[in-house]
Ligand binder design. Structure first.
Ligand SMILES: Cc1cc2nc3c(=O)[nH]c(=O)nc-3n(C[C@H](O)[C@H](O)[C@H](O)COP(=O)(O)OP(=O)(O)OC[C@H]3O[C@@H](n4cnc5c(N)ncnc54)[C@H](O)[C@@H]3O)c2cc1C
Length: 550
């Protein structure tokens, strides 16, 4: 007889997206079963190196930001990006990014101006994921089945019936849930099973990646260490990420346009050329992976009770370090909606907002990433002659290339727009007004209270972060303490919508928050604003909980 387990939500995949989704759902009182083929807490392949500020804001709310911030590179290791002729060659330019010791206090850098309590964090996924796993596993309401594979599922009016296999014993498990989310990565079986197809650009670039140990490498470099070190020379260009800050590194060798066969490119030669070292240099390969950078987005993110999030829903070359982080943003968009539904105040129809809101954003981010990859390829193909020459001719070529690389790449490494600039402009759950949201680019954005935008972060006059002071679900921010919020409070009560009222006392809010009331959603995007509570506050509550859809 097969075992049967139940939870309100079943998540397929305990990658960073699945784990964050599980934590957020559990924090909203939902029981979650996470199914993962890997061993308990087993690290993934060495991949993502950047946790965005927006993701760190979420981790702060979930109580795990400090744990993550204290891990990764040593606290005094520069998080800079250094452009050089080779790793051991001349430096062309450097993007300054604070080490984690100075991360909360640094000023004057290209990413230190952002209005947030949690700036970005550089940590590799091999360190990040086990910490997320441990945090999720310790939460009430989360149960993780490791070494278990989801094989199949069917849906009915009340829920999803899932068949899984315990990979240790071979036992078949029957799992029952109200909703299932495929966070099962690039090869997602859930995506295929719901009939979603990926479309976009199949090949943006090919990358030969090598994770290696080289205790002598840092001593050979002329310049102080960086988090990412990009080599630009006529022979071979590539990027090297510091992983432990001492002896382990991840190298991405970006293949040239005509190089379609990974095997035809000599890995050892390319690695030595990018590093600028000879035959006397010793290193040990820890792992290697050859991968194709794509720009693909699923044509649908949902089939009735089953959803997809993260790499299962979209894949692109992780320029701007925005693959995992976009997936976490998906998860946070879906989580409160599902919790609202399961807690009884959001309608089934409200769940349509997930695809309506997130699919356009993933299209936008995927295009930013692809366009950046193409621009970077042009830089690699146009290496100035004489870049490695000594003397003034070489110095001039290096200065020109260094500036071009800085100007291009500061946008991806300090991508404020991707973090905070996106807005949901076609949502069935948002009360739009006459003002349009400010446009954004990869690096630039303008904080705004236009409905659909991220609730602008400010520090309160009492020193707290606005986000720390807001409620866990909807928060009505009151700018005018004399304004009467009672009609909306009563309407929320009548409809069961959890609402916290917060008097926003912040000098930083002046000029930015221009209305007496701003209604912030559980995912910290703005649902409505106004100078007085609407004549029909019940209608506003019905809009935000999806009761007016259809
Ligand atoms: C070289 C490289 C560098 C990158 N750098 C960055 C970066 O700097 N910043 C960034 O944001 N992103 C980066 N990314 C992308 C990032 O790694 C992914 O976007 C991220 O891992 C996606 O997370 P996920 O949880 O959606 O999927 P995954 O991490 O792929 O997790 C999916 C999980 O599902 C499990 N699973 C699959 N099928 C089943 C099943 N049937 N049953 C049970 N479990 C299942 C898998 O074992 C896996 O653990 C990079 C990627 C690569 C390849």
């Amino acid at each position: 007889m097969s075992r049967t387990l139940q939870a309100q939500v079943l998540i397929v995949g305990a990658g960073p997206v699945g784990l964050t989704l599980a934590m957020d759902l559990a924090s909203r009182g939902i029981s979650v079963l996470v199914v993962e083929t890997r061993f308990r807490g087993e690290p993934p392949n060495v991949k993502c190196n950047h946790v965005s500020a927006r993701s760190m804001e979420i981790f702060r709310r979930l109580g795990v930001a400090t744990t993550l911030r204290n891990a990764g590179l040593p606290e005094d290791h520069a998080n800079d990006v250094s452009y050089r002729t080779t790793f051991t060659g001349e430096e062309l330019s450097r993007i300054p990014i604070p080490a984690r010791r100075e991360r909360y206090t640094a000023t004057g850098g290209p990413d230190t101006w952002w209005p947030t309590a949690e700036p970005p964090h550089r940590i590799n996924q091999i360190y990040l994921e086990p910490l997320l796993f441990a945090h999720a596993q310790a939460m009430d309401g989360v149960r993780i089945l490791s070494r278990t594979r989801v094989d199949d599922f069917t849906q009915d009016d009340d829920g999803v019936q899932v068949t899984a296999t315990d990979l240790e014993t071979g036992e078949t498990l029957q799992l029952r849930c109200h909703y299932m989310i495929g966070c099962d990565g690039a090869r997602s079986a859930v995506r295929k099973a719901i009939g979603a197809t990926l479309s976009g650009t199949d090949v943006v670039g090919r990358v030969q990646s090598t994770f290696f140990r080289a205790p002598d490498l840092l001593a050979r470099a002329k310049h102080r260490p960086a988090w990412a070190t990009f080599s630009l020379n006529p022979r071979r260009c590539g990027n090297v990420y510091a992983i432990d800050g001492h002896e382990t590194f991840l190298m991405h060798n970006y293949l040239n346009a005509g190089e379609t066969d990974f095997e035809a490119v000599d890995r050892d030669w390319a690695l030595r050329t990018i590093l600028g070292v000879g035959a006397d240099f010793n290193y040990e390969i820890i792992s290697k992976e050859d991968w194709v950078g794509r720009r693909l987005v699923a044509d649908k993110f949902r089939d009735r009770r089953v959803f997809i999030c993260g790499d299962a829903a979209h894949l692109w070359i992780p320029m701007a370090g925005y693959g995992m982080n976009a997936g976490i943003a998906d998860a946070m968009n879906l989580s409160w909606l599902l919790a609202g539904r399961l807690n009884g105040w959001a309608t089934q129809a409200a769940l349509a907002a997930y695809e309506a809101e997130r699919q356009p954003i993933t299209e936008q981010v995927s295009k930013f990433a692809m366009n950046h990859a193409i621009a970077l390829q042009k830089e690699r193909e146009g290496v100035p002659a004489g870049i490695e020459e000594p003397g003034s001719v070489g110095a001039a070529a290096r200065a020109v290339a260094g500036k071009a690389l800085y100007d291009l790449n500061v946008k991806q490494y300090c991508c404020g727009g991707l973090n905070f600039g996106y807005f949901y402009d076609h949502s069935p759950l948002i009360a739009y007004d006459e003002e349009s949201p400010p446009s954004y680019s990869m690096d630039q954005f303008t904080p705004s209270t236009v409905p659909g935008c991220r609730t602008p972060h400010v520090w309160l006059d009492d020193g707290r972060s606005l986000y720390d002071a807001m409620g866990p679900e909807y928060t009505l921010l009151r700018l005018d303490p004399a304004a009467d919020a009672q009609p909306l409070i009563q309407a929320a009560k009548a409809r069961g919508v959890p609402l916290t009222v917060l008097d926003l006392k912040s000098r930083q809010a002046a000029g930015l928050y221009r209305h007496a009331f701003v209604l912030s959603r559980p995912d910290q995007h703005i649902a409505w604003r106004g100078d007085c509570i609407p004549q029909d506050p019940l209608a506003l509550m019905d809009l935000v909980r999806g009761a007016l859809i259809g």
